[in-house]
Design a protein around this ligand. Structure first.
Ligand SMILES: C[S@@+](CC[C@H](N)C(=O)[O-])C[C@H]1O[C@@H](n2cnc3c(N)ncnc32)[C@H](O)[C@@H]1O
Length: 295
């Protein structure tokens, strides 16, 4: 297997929940198990590793994906982004957070075509610099603001209840702490605001045991090679509820999508995720949820 460059290097410091002296060991264990089931893993890739990964692979992503780093996409990218805008109820003047914005391709499209104001956040300094350049070149600095930062700590960048919608476009899959990210998104959304997530999840319902084991191996490879933490659907939905969201739906996007670019990227860089013949290991899904309450 070809090892991606992000796999090298020192383990950066990790976030740990504050110790709670008042909780019994049994309750601490129960809480840890619950976080683990929800995909809130303390032991996988940190945000610092994700930043380093995207910085190192920056040029290759630009060359392969253009200004929108999404594998699951329509042939005409505008159709995908129009669909996202409709689901997230974007209308002129609305304030949107694009959490994990890449080089601001989607943010620029949404500002141009839907008249929204976008806060675009990325963990990668190389992407943030490129996004700044693109926003300036487009003359949209009044409506798209790029920030370098971590979506686990949205409170460090944005006031409470300051967005009408929060988008995660193939970005939340990087998080080892989805519950924290969802809680942070809940906090910055206004009551009644929309959370829209488009992402890859572990393929559900695989009756055959051998295939299930194989899919587990492939997902471990994908997680390692792309700095991901591909989540199972049910615990993710539990985390969403615990963060305070009302789920409206979770479904396969009703779009004619192709992910040839993702496959081409894997092939071009000789990243051997399958260790044999390809297997379908993911479900590509979109999700809409709402922070309860009236605006
Ligand atoms: C596959 S790219 C998708 C980019 C963008 N949504 C698009 O459609 O072009 C994943 C993005 O998530 C961002 N990301 C991952 N972890 C992050 C974190 N902890 N905080 C902020 N951004 C993060 C990466 O920097 C990258 O921009």
């Amino acid at each position: 297997m070809v090892r991606a460059p992000f796999a090298a290097g020192r383990q950066p410091p990790r976030d740990r929940p504050a110790p709670c002296a008042l909780r019994s060991p049994a309750r601490r264990l129960a809480a840890w198990l619950r976080r683990w089931r929800e995909g809130d893993r303390p032991a996988a890739w940190s945000s610092a590793r994700v930043a380093r990964y995207y910085d190192e692979w920056h040029e290759r992503y630009l060359a392969a994906f253009g200004d929108t780093f999404q594998s699951q996409r329509t042939a005409d990218l505008g159709a995908l982004l129009a669909h996202v805008a409709d689901q997230a109820e974007l209308a002129p003047g609305r304030r949107v957070l694009d959490a994990g914005c890449g080089v601001a391709g989607p943010a620029l499209w949404l500002a141009r075509h839907r008249g929204v104001e976008v806060e675009a956040l990325t963990i990668s300094p190389a992407q943030a610099a490129e996004a700044h350049r693109r926003v300036a070149a487009a003359g949209l600095g009044e409506r798209v603001r790029v920030t370098l930062g971590d979506f686990h700590r949205l409170e460090a960048h944005y006031p409470e209840a300051s967005f009408d919608a929060v988008l995660f476009l193939e970005s939340l899959v990087h998080s080892d702490h989805p519950r924290r990210v969802l809680a942070a998104a809940h906090r910055v959304l206004r009551p009644g605001g929309v959370l829209y997530v488009k992402d890859l999840f572990q393929r559900a319902r695989i009756p055959d045991r051998a295939e299930r084991a194989r899919v587990r191996r492939v997902i471990a490879n994908v997680n390692r090679e792309f700095c991901l933490n591909v989540k199972a659907q049910r615990p993710f939905l539990a985390a969403l509820r615990r963060a305070g969201f009302d789920l409206e739906w979770l479904r396969a996007p009703p779009l004619a999508t192709q992910h040839d670019l993702g496959n081409a990227f894997v092939a071009a860089h000789a990243i051997d995720i399958y260790e044999g013949p390809p297997v379908t290991f993911l479900d590509w899904l979109e999700l809409k949820a709402r922070r309860p309450g009236r605006p």
